[in-house]
Design a protein around this ligand. Structure first.
Ligand SMILES: [Zn+2]
Length: 178
């Protein structure tokens, strides 16, 4: 194959791919696509504007930034003031604290409303956190997501035809009389 790009064009092209690829949502999309999952983006007819929609799996995926969605942050009111316990991946700034607390808590409330609305409309919701998509964790996280997706797909078809082997103590296997 002939390379028709100038070094400058190639550089621009590569850096474009790179900057896009570092976004958490892009990592998820790329993994899903390369493993045969087909999805749609920004589907307006689905409530809550999920990042990724897999219609045949009836599943909505949200890819949440840890800071903006307050991943694992604990909140408590103590003598009229917010007591915040940061997590490893989400640290609420100490300056302007009231502002940040109310902003991030509002995001969380909206998230919960969206998930609930989707669920009540028959959608399964999967939330993936940015910190679960590091180079080290990506593959494991996405395999879990794939497993959830397959489960969601199967649960739409009640009749299972493949029965895994178990020992007799766990579940006796009926033996056909000859
Ligand atoms: Zn996190």
């Amino acid at each position: 194959m002939t390379d028709t790009m100038t070094p400058e064009q190639r550089h621009r092209c590569m850096s474009h791919i790179h900057s896009k690829g570092t976004k958490p949502e892009m990592k998820v999309r790329r993994w899903l696509w390369s493993h045969g999952y087909r999805y749609r983006l920004n589907v307006k007819s689905v409530p809550g504007k999920p990042d990724i929609v897999l219609r045949s799996y009836r599943t909505a995926i949200f890819v949440n930034g840890c800071f903006w969605h307050g991943h694992d942050v604990e909140w408590k009111v103590e003598s009229g003031k917010w007591k915040v316990t940061n997590s490893d991946c989400s640290k609420i700034p100490t300056t302007n604290r009231e502002f940040w607390v109310s902003k991030i808590r509002r995001n969380q409330e909206r998230d919960q409303e969206n998930y609930k609305m989707l669920y009540e409309n028959g959608w399964q919701v999967i939330v993936i956190w940015e910190c679960q998509l590091t180079a080290k964790k990506l593959e494991h996280t996405m395999r879990e997501v794939a497993l959830l997706l397959e489960g969601n797909m199967l649960s739409r078809y009640k009749k299972h035809t493949i029965i895994p082997y178990t020992t007799e103590e766990e579940a006796p296997i009926p033996i056909a009389a000859e």
